[in-house]
Design a protein around this ligand. Sequence first.
Ligand SMILES: Nc1ncnc2c1ncn2[C@@H]1O[C@H](COP(=O)(O)OP(=O)(O)OP(=O)(O)O)[C@@H](O)[C@H]1O
Ligand SMILES: [Mg+2]
Length: 446
Amino acid sequence: MSRAISLHSVSKVYGRTRAVDRFSLDIMPGEFVVLLGPSGCGKSTVLRMIAGLEDISDGELLLDGERSNHVPPRERGMAMVFQNFALYPSMTNRDNIGFPLRLENPRTDNSARVEATARMLGIESVLDRYPSQLSGGERQRVAMGRAISRRPSAFLMDEPLSNLDAKLRNHLRAEIAQLTAELGVTTVYVTHDQAEAMSLGDRVAVMRGGVLQQVSPPREVYALPENVFVAAFIGTPRINLLEAVVYAPLDGRMSIDLGRQRLPLPEPLSPEHQLLRVQQGRQVIVGLRSEAVRIAQPSRARPGEVALSGLVEHMEYQGHEALVHLNTGSRPAVVTDLESARPRPAGRRRRSAGPGMLERIRERAAGHVSGPVVVMDDPVAAEPAAYSPDRPAITASDLVVRTSPDMRLRTGAQVPLLVDLAHLYVFDHQGRRICPAPRDLPGLDV
Ligand SMILES: Nc1ncnc2c1ncn2[C@@H]1O[C@H](COP(=O)(O)OP(=O)(O)OP(=O)(O)O)[C@@H](O)[C@H]1O
Ligand SMILES: [Mg+2]
């Protein structure tokens, strides 16, 4: 029988570290939920609390609706599969798979069950070998077999594929999806690989610094990220995030000032864009996925597209497509913690005009190129950044655009761009999505 697993405001505190902070999630029987986030964000800790391998410092764990904080791990009927799966080297694979069954019931003959499990996993032919005589992928399947053979009420998998090469990982990923769907067993799967999360999960729960950021079906975490962290964590190439200021003159056309260029918002304003009016003069973060921008002349603009231009920094050939790295003279916004746990920058960093500005912009741009960035912390700009063509140029790319692999572009060339405003994201200074409007905003259908 498949289990419902609920965590209500669950926290885990180690000394002075809050590894998991008020984590709440209701997992339905048979559902496949992926916990996704950078290293150190608390994924394994959540899984271990569900398994009963870790005490819960605060909050409630419910299994099928019953408070189960103190139920011993054995009585939870769950099976765990780890990254470093430990098979017993002195036992054949057959005995390894049958081991949990023998523990449960030493007198019963389990051979039929072991063989059925092996068939399901395509490892019948290696049952009488020892683990050392298997490939990594086969060993992982035996480990999976050991977890399945008990017919658990839930699978808890902690990066079970991360030791395998990319091809095998993709292959086993598909098998895990199929297998868990066939068995209909509730599965909680931990990974820091967003592509794996997107392809496996019924829902993806994104974590950062012990805190749940969003839990949604894969399409929704991609299309409607609730904050700038989720937007940046999901999707390859990473979403383009640019610092900007909303410019909303009372008598003129509203636009988003990107520093050296502006994105004019089409009149009449859509309800979404109307909402931006209240942000007038404020620092925001604009998010544009690489598919929201194309290289084309303004004369070829479709409805809803507006023109920008960019300087080609370099091209990345990827076989089926090419990524063009451009400089539009904007400031890349920076999001911390994207790659791994890093100390937050101490104190607030104030931005002010004057000497040193260029250095700071360069510093930020360089930070963007190497990955993690600084969250903008100055909610209201002293004044809207003036549109000035002679502002210092930033010497790194700030925008990545997808093109056909056949497109040939010279480094240093100025190219026309069209931005599809239907795919424009705007986040406020705290990183919360304001466009498209969050769902809890009354009167708006998103
Ligand atoms: N036994 C422990 N004592 C103290 N701190 C711990 C302990 N276990 C984990 N932590 C801390 O709790 C935080 C979350 O750890 P956890 O293992 O859950 O992260 P994770 O998201 O699984 O990371 P990874 O992707 O690297 O496996 C980390 O900061 C870690 O250092
Ligand atoms: Mg972990």
